[in-house]
Design a protein around this ligand. Structure first.
Ligand code: ZN
Length: 227
């Protein structure tokens, strides 16, 4: 059980969503997961007890919830008729794509893009020893963009000051650009998650190696499936 403290609202508990190829594509609140089950758009993936996994059609899952009394470890929501056990993982029935998400521009994603390497002196530092440098300084109209922000160590950042690299006679290690979009799963690696999720959060660190399933016809937006 990875949640810290008391869970206030069981319907907001996070449920991992897998596509039909058992690849993590999303996280939804329990309320939405139960709707997807009720609509038979998804099934439950639950540990089988022998180290494997069992797929539960929604009707059987709801019956199981009814048959097995609350065990204190799992969360339940109480409907008018019965208590329903909240699954940890659901499996979409007919969604087989692996959508890519755009990387958000922030301090950590810039450091990751640049490999924690100061783009002026080329040395590697811990996050707390690094700054973000506006290549074209803000005072000169430089904006916060993938192309104008680089990782810099504090001494290089101080040395450059409010000058352009040319004025400061400092060269960038490489031309800064927007990183490629990457699978959803790479965003949750390292986060605190349910134990059961770990089986589905493995991916090679280089997201370019992740196998992307070719899509026939127009790819469906995931939002159209999971809401
Ligand atoms: Zn430096």
């Amino acid at each position: 059980m990875a949640y810290k403290g008391r869970v206030q609202d069981p319907l907001s508990i996070r449920v991992l969503v897998l596509n039909r190829l058992w690849q993590a594509v999303h996280i939804v609140p329990a309320k939405r997961a139960l709707q997807l089950l009720s609509l038979e758009h998804a099934r439950v993936l639950h540990p089988s007890g022998d180290g494997g996994w069992q797929v539960w059609p929604s009707t059987e899952w709801f019956e199981l919830s009814y048959d097995q009394p609350a065990n204190g470890r799992d969360h339940y929501v109480h409907t008018v008729r019965q208590a329903v056990r909240i699954p940890k993982i659901i499996l979409l029935n007919d969604y087989g794509e692996l959508p890519l998400k755009e990387v958000h521009l922030n301090r950590q994603s810039i450091f990751e893009r640049d490999g924690h390497c100061c783009q002026y002196c080329g040395r590697t530092f811990k996050s707390q020893e690094l700054n973000l440098d506006h290549v074209i300084p803000r005072e000169r109209g430089g904006v916060m963009s993938w192309e104008n922000i680089v990782t810099s160590c504090i001494p290089c950042n101080t040395r450059k000051g409010n000058r352009t690299p040319a004025e400061a006679q400092m060269r960038l290690m490489k031309k800064p650009k927007q990183p490629k979009s990457r699978p959803f799963v790479t965003y949750i690696i390292g986060q605190e998650v349910e134990d059961e999720w770990h089986n589905f959060l493995h991916t090679r660190h280089e997201f370019t190696d992740v196998e992307i399933i070719p899509v026939k016809g127009e790819p469906r937006p995931l939002e159209a499936v999971v809401g």
